[in-house]
Design a protein around this ligand. Sequence first.
Ligand code: ATP
Ligand code: FE2
Length: 331
Amino acid sequence: MICLGIEGTAHSIGVGIIQERKGTCQVLSNKIKTYQPEKGGIHPREAANHHAAKIAGLIHESVRVTTIDFSDIDLISFSQGPGLGPCLRTAATAARALALTIEKPLIGVNHCVAHLEIGRGTVRECTDPVLLYVSGANTQVIAFAEKKYRVFGETLDIGIGNCLDKFGRALGLEFPCGPKIEQLAAKGSQYLPLPYSIKGMDIAFSGLLTASENYVKKGKNLEDVCFSMQETTFAMLTEVTERAMAHTEKQEVLLGGGVASNKRLREMVQTMALNRGAKFFVPTRDLCIDNGAMIAWLGLLMYQSGCRMSIDNSLINQRFRTDMVEVTWRD
Ligand code: ATP
Ligand code: FE2
């Protein structure tokens, strides 16, 4: 079975085509275009205009680079939520139009669950992980328990990626700032104390963001501030992930989201996993960031397990919670 998935929750519009082979996911193509605001943060309407301008070309390109034809596609899926309304609507409209044109079924999927399932589908030995999902807008620890994907911990304010991007923007760094902060942090050595904010299983970053900005205003070495930010935020993320693993008794940890590219974060989570005798997995970067292939794969899993969606019932849901999903494809 072959599925084409359209992702459009925030900055990126993506189209991916996947094929199922003996229960594993084979990615045939995965094309992404990202909206870059000229200055400041993301404006949902402008991001949606960007997606609307790019989507038709992306769909054609994603088919063209494979050996398949539109007639070989069995299913269309799209990111139903959570995300920014105008972006979600643009992706959903494109998916509906395509499904009607090629006369194939349509299915909407949860973006956060897709980040976890693409790991299970493409990374060998990854079967039942705790996912640390770290992107711009999202920071969640997710695992399968009692027939649902449940959020064991999450940010109470901003996502880790947004925290890094906001800090970088105040310094005049170009978006996305995470990679530049990683480079600066690698040269830092002196740890400057920052708020370590964990409440129960949830975390908060805004106090730490303000404190980091204040260090810069006071003339502290920028490399040391970046180093301290990474050490503190990543320690918080690793702690909550470890507690979720202990609670669920799971033996695997999976990283997802754009911040999963960060080498220091990988190192800290991997060390924690090895100390517990657990396995550590990270999908390739193009499958960690927001992408169409993960949407296609989850759509296929849902369809094959009996889920169906009519066009009338394919409305987007900006606040689509991870634990609202009926998990029909796992025992
Ligand atoms: P979502 O809609 O799921 O929140 P997103 O639109 O933020 O996703 P992603 O591509 O998953 O998109 O993540 C982008 C984020 O990842 C940005 O905040 C960026 O700064 C951050 N990032 C990318 N590379 C690194 C890195 N090496 N270190 C730290 N952060 C990084
Ligand atoms: Fe995402």
